[in-house]
Design a protein around this ligand. Structure first.
Ligand SMILES: Nc1nc2c(ncn2[C@@H]2O[C@H](COP(=O)(O)OP(=O)(O)OP(=O)(O)O)[C@@H](O)[C@H]2O)c(=O)[nH]1
Ligand SMILES: [Mg+2]
Length: 648
């Protein structure tokens, strides 16, 4: 009973009824996208390989051409289930081709033997190259329509086109979808390539670029796509980009069956709660919150196609995953790009992008694909203004590109991104770099509070702060410690990012390079000492205080006596070589000791004394004696009992 109510209309194990609009893709451990010129036989080949027609729209069947992405799947010996994403070849439908090729990773490039290499053969090849296709097989179709000599020539011509491209070494198989010629060889070639290409990795940061979205009565919104970056499980909470809607995965399907969990690389259909179908059209992504950031602007390393120019002029579209968004392109160096270089792309709609993601750039109104690019920085700083700043930005991005294009690890990408910024909040840097919390521990970065600093910079900053503290110890030897607020200012003056100075000090204390003491921080073991001139100033002050007796010196007089050396006064007060009364007058301890001796002698004879008796004994005015008695009380020398005091 309950089972019948489940919103999984395609799961009909009894085989009674299949609901056509449910995207019942096989649970594909592997996904292959087709590519190739219009009418060259991509869909026919997929049908021949899988027994399923990827062209399911009536219009597609009527016109005999693919308009939308099609999906079909089969079993391949030694590999398991393989899903094909069949793309259209028409030049007007390249954006749809991009949506299919984007998340796939492995390609089946189809060239008709009778027609040979055509414009979209070239454009699709360029796109696969820009996207960094992991593996590919080339099928020379319609082999039944040509004789052996023509086939040989066609093969040679295609090989010539592929030479020097990422598909240069790809296996090339002559096939016919009509006669079945070569299909077994094609299957083995596909199996071999899939076996050699590593499985999409579980990186703990799932991103599902949506290629279809629809509603199912009783279930609500369903989206499909090729899952990358991490697994998804029923109950997972995700976020849409753009839109930022919080969604929950109510159900997952793969292999025509509901599954509790889908692995990276699978084709999945996810039933989402919390979002309207209109808000998850193709090009939207659902991502693990926190693991991805929505980027409004990205710095890219752009490689223009041969003869193409990438620059400010023109209406550009940036393709990433299944998304296509309008973008303003601003070459960082200023001049248009004809060779690889850095470009800032300002996006009309945010995309979940991370360092290393590959994107494609197309200019509307111009035939062909203008270039490919790799994301260098999805959290770019404000655009450089002025020549010097531009040169610096180009240098920084070139350095970043060297790291990123070298197939670096997430930890290295994280460090390179942090280095470009000189420091980044952890919760920004980790998703932007396409890293995870675990990568932070192995990356050459130093975590100070919630901020990551490049190791080198942290080392330099720490050395500068320690050096500054040493400098204070030398300049102001009377100080036992550097006040924390002063130390923070020193750290900031040394270049510590605002708000980080305190954490930097804590880190230095934790590392044992500074010592925290009541007065602030110091170099471990540092002792205050007076300079020679301070020592003589002290002698003079103490003599003056001694001569002043109970009257003492005012703070102003004392400062004059030591030539305004506040450190010296602080040090003398700290070490109780000088005592301060509540009214700010200073007394020599010897003067206080003499007064205590007089009071003690008096008390021995007359017992506890009043303030006026103390005045008589000490021979001072009320103004002078009352603060002295208060000082004695505070220091525990005397204790009050009503209006009388006794010595303890
Ligand atoms: N003789 C012969 N005809 C083929 C073969 N493969 C495809 N065709 C025919 O070529 C035409 C185009 O085939 P499709 O599979 O629709 O081509 P496509 O590459 O999917 O075209 P688009 O999706 O529009 O880019 C159809 O009429 C097919 O029947 C083949 O191996 N031999
Ligand atoms: Mg087709």
């Amino acid at each position: 009973m309950r089972r019948a109510l489940r919103p999984s209309p395609c799961v009909d194990l009894a085989g009674a009824q299949r609901v056509a609009w449910w995207p019942c893709h096989a649970r594909a451990v592997r996904v292959i996208a087709t590519a190739g010129h219009v009418d060259h036989g991509k869909s026919a080949l997929v049908r021949a390989l899988t027994g399923r027609d990827p062209d399911r729209l009536p219009e597609e069947r009527r016109r005999g051409m693919t308009i939308e992405l099609g999906f079909a799947w089969t079993e391949l010996d030694g590999v398991g289930t393989v899903a094909f994403v069949d793309v259209p070849g028409h030049e007007r439908l390249v954006p749809t081709m991009l949506a299919g090729a984007g998340p796939a990773g492995v390609a089946l490039l189809v060239v008709a033997a009778d027609e040979g290499w055509m414009p979209q053969s070239a454009e699709h090849l360029a796109i696969l190259s820009h996207l960094g296709v992991a593996g590919a097989v080339v099928a020379l179709t319609k082999a039944d329509l040509v004789d052996a000599d023509t086939l040989e020539v066609a093969t040679a011509l295609v090989e010539e086109q592929l030479a020097g491209t990422p598909l240069g070494g790809a296996p090339l198989v002559a096939v016919s979808a009509t006669t079945g010629q070569g299909l077994d060889m094609l299957r083995s070639a596909l199996a071999a390539v899939l076996t050699s290409v590593p499985l999409p990795a579980e990186e703990g940061r799932p991103r599902l670029w949506i290629d279809r979205a629809f509603t199912i009565r009783g279930a609500g919104t369903v989206v499909t796509g090729t899952l990358r970056g991490g697994a998804l499980a029923v109950g997972d909470r995700l976020r849409t980009v753009p839109g930022g809607a919080e969604v929950r995965v109510r159900g997952l399907q793969a292999l025509e069956h509901p599954v509790e969990r889908a692995e990276p690389g699978w084709r999945v259909a996810a039933n989402l709660v919390g979002v309207d179908v209109a808000d998850v059209a193709r090009g939207t992504a659902v991502v693990a919150s926190g693991a991805w950031r929505a980027a409004d602007a990205v710095d890219l390393w752009c490689t223009p196609g041969a003869g193409d120019v990438v620059g400010r002029r023109g209406a550009w579209t940036l393709h990433a995953g299944t998304a296509a968004v309008a973008a303003r392109l601003l070459p960082v160096a200023g001049a248009d790009l004809r060779a690889p270089g850095p470009v800032r792309a300002e996006l009309a709609s945010p995309l979940p992008l991370a360092v290393g993601d590959r994107v494609v750039l197309r200019e509307s109104g111009h035939a062909g694909t203008a270039g490919g690019a790799v994301v260098l920085d999805p959290v770019p700083p404000p655009r450089p203004r002025g020549r010097a700043a531009r040169v610096e930005a180009v240098e920084a991005l070139t350095a970043l590109a060297t790291e990123v294009l070298d197939g670096s690890s997430p930890g290295q990408r994280l460090a390179a991104l942090v280095a470009r910024h000189g420091g980044l909040p952890l919760d920004v840097a980790v998703p932007a770099a396409g890293a995870t919390a675990a990568d932070v521990d192995v990356a050459p970065v130093v975590r100070v509070a919630g901020v990551l600093l490049p190791v080198d910079r942290a080392r330099v900053l720490q050395a500068l702060v320690v050096q500054a503290v040493v400098g204070v110890h030398q300049r102001r030897p009377a100080l036992a410690a550097v006040d924390r607020a002063d130390a923070r200012r020193l750290a900031e003056a040394a270049g510590a990012p605002a708000g980080l100075a305190g954490a930097l000090l804590d880190r230095l204390v934790a590392d044992g390079r500074l010592e925290a003491v009541p007065g602030g921080v110091r170099i471990p073991g540092h002792e205050a000492r007076l300079s020679v001139s301070q020592q003589s100033a002290r002698t003079e002050l103490l003599a003056a205080l001694d001569a002043a007796g109970l009257e003492g010196l005012t703070a102003v007089e004392a400062a004059e006596a030591v030539a305004q050396d506040a450190d010296l006064l602080d040090a003398l007060l700290r070490d109780e070589q000088v005592l301060r009364l509540a009214d700010d007058r200073l007394l020599a301890p010897a003067v206080v000791d003499r007064a205590v001796a007089l009071l003690r002698a008096h008390e021995r004879q007359a017992g506890p004394f009043t303030a006026s008796e103390a005045r008589e004994v000490l021979g001072g005015s009320r103004r002078v004696v009352i603060p002295l008695l208060e000082l004695l009380d505070a220091r525990g020398v005397t204790a009050r009992d009503g209006d009388r005091r006794h010595l303890r």
